[in-house]
Design a protein around this ligand. Structure first.
Ligand SMILES: Cc1cc2ncn([C@H]3O[C@H](COP(=O)(O)O)[C@@H](O)[C@H]3O)c2cc1C
Ligand SMILES: O=C(O)c1cccnc1
Length: 341
């Protein structure tokens, strides 16, 4: 189903206010554009202050991680879930600096998490996923459950007052399925989209390219369909992230996108629900080539370019202060007509 864009009348009002500010026309550059987009998503000029930003980290393991595509073992995924819960991961530091709420969910972690709050495992679909170069990542039933879980989680976060959502990822090996999703959506060969993830060397990168290409060749024309793409090439956590992004756009809640996983899911969300990407802004440019290619296709220019390659939602959370800067100028700067009496 097609998603309607943020209100064009509100956007036009916001653009008129921007032009009337006591600044030279265009002087606020991209902050001005960003403020107008945000005002339209909130249906208000000037836009409200941005106080309720909510990040959901979708965690899961990937069968392909056992096939030499990552610099790290799958056991890290479960350990990092504990680290997010303890507030000690990279994204936690950024989120507490910028007042972003963090929730972590296990959609498909393969290791035993021990004692965790019930909410963390409430949406668990399975352990790990099929190794995408050899078999489908998910069954039909698993895909439906994961996608519905992501939608339900978005609805919960919106009910909790989210003015803006962020998706984060945690899952060793996840840059491999995410690269395959981008290649599938753009019709590109693996060699153009595949990057180094956690930091693999040249030989491992060549192997990873071959694995991604094998996955694409295995799936063939099924990649023409975005849900088939999710079933064949993603995982429970990435399918849930895609459902979360579609549901946010349909509910009229904007999303600040993160790195490769977030953007691969956003690209897939736009294929499922054309128009959804009008509700998305790009937080940062990742070092992964697939992320930049997907952003170009979506027509999104990242706010930050800091060489980040962490995931977890970190690049989006780091961009929240830029968005708050944009909102502040459209709210707080006087109009030229006022100062000229
Ligand atoms: C300690 C650690 C923390 C992380 N936080 C996010 N990632 C990120 O790196 C991984 C993706 O890269 P690849 O596909 O090369 O495995 C994912 O776990 C992603 O969430 C991490 C990775 C590690 C090792
Ligand atoms: O683009 C990302 O978000 C990314 C890149 C490498 C590893 N983890 C995440």
């Amino acid at each position: 189903m097609t998603v309607a864009a943020p209100d064009p009348h509100v956007r036009a009002d916001a653009e008129a206010r921007l032009l009337g500010l006591a600044t030279p026309p265009g002087a606020l550059g991209r902050l001005g554009e960003l403020a107008c987009w945000f005002a339209a998503t909130q249906g208000q000029v000037p836009p409200p202050e941005l106080t309720n930003v909510r990040l959901v980290i979708f965690a899961g393991d990937h069968g392909v991680a056992a096939h030499g595509v990552s610099a790290f073992p799958s056991e890290i995924t479960g350990a990092m879930v504990g680290t997010f819960l303890a507030g000690k991961a990279g994204v936690n530091a950024l989120a507490s600096a910028h007042q972003v709420a963090v929730r972590v969910l296990d959609l498909g972690v393969d290791s035993d998490l021990g004692e965790v709050p019930a909410d963390v495992v409430a949406h668990k679909v399975r352990r790990s996923s099929g190794a995408i170069h050899l078999e489908d990542a998910l069954t039909d039933a698993e895909l439906q459950r994961a996608y519905a879980a992501g939608r339900a989680v978005a609805a919960e976060e919106i009910a909790a007052g989210a003015q803006m959502l962020i998706s984060g990822d945690m899952g060793i090996g996840n840059t491999t399925p995410a690269s395959a999703m981008v290649a599938a959506a753009l019709g590109l060969p693996a060699v153009e989209v595949t990057g180094r993830g956690t930091g693999i060397d040249d030989a491992a990168w060549q192997h990873k390219v071959a694995v991604v290409q094998q996955a694409l060749d295995r799936v063939g024309e099924r990649t023409d369909d975005p849900m088939e793409t999710l079933k064949a090439l993603s995982s429970a956590d990435l399918a849930a992230t895609t459902g979360y992004l579609v549901a946010a756009a349909e509910a009229g809640v904007p999303v600040l996108l993160d790195g490769l996983m977030s953007v691969a899911c956003a690209l897939t969300a736009e294929r499922i629900a054309p128009g959804a990407s009008a509700w998305f802004a790009a937080g940062h440019r990742s070092t992964e080539p697939g992320q930049s290619l997907a952003l170009s296709k979506l027509g999104l220019e990242p706010l930050l370019d800091l060489g980040l390659r962490l995931g977890e939602g970190s690049g989006a959370v780091a961009a929240v202060p830029v968005l708050r800067s944009a909102i502040a100028v459209l709210r707080d700067v006087a109009l030229l007509s006022e100062i000229m009496g």
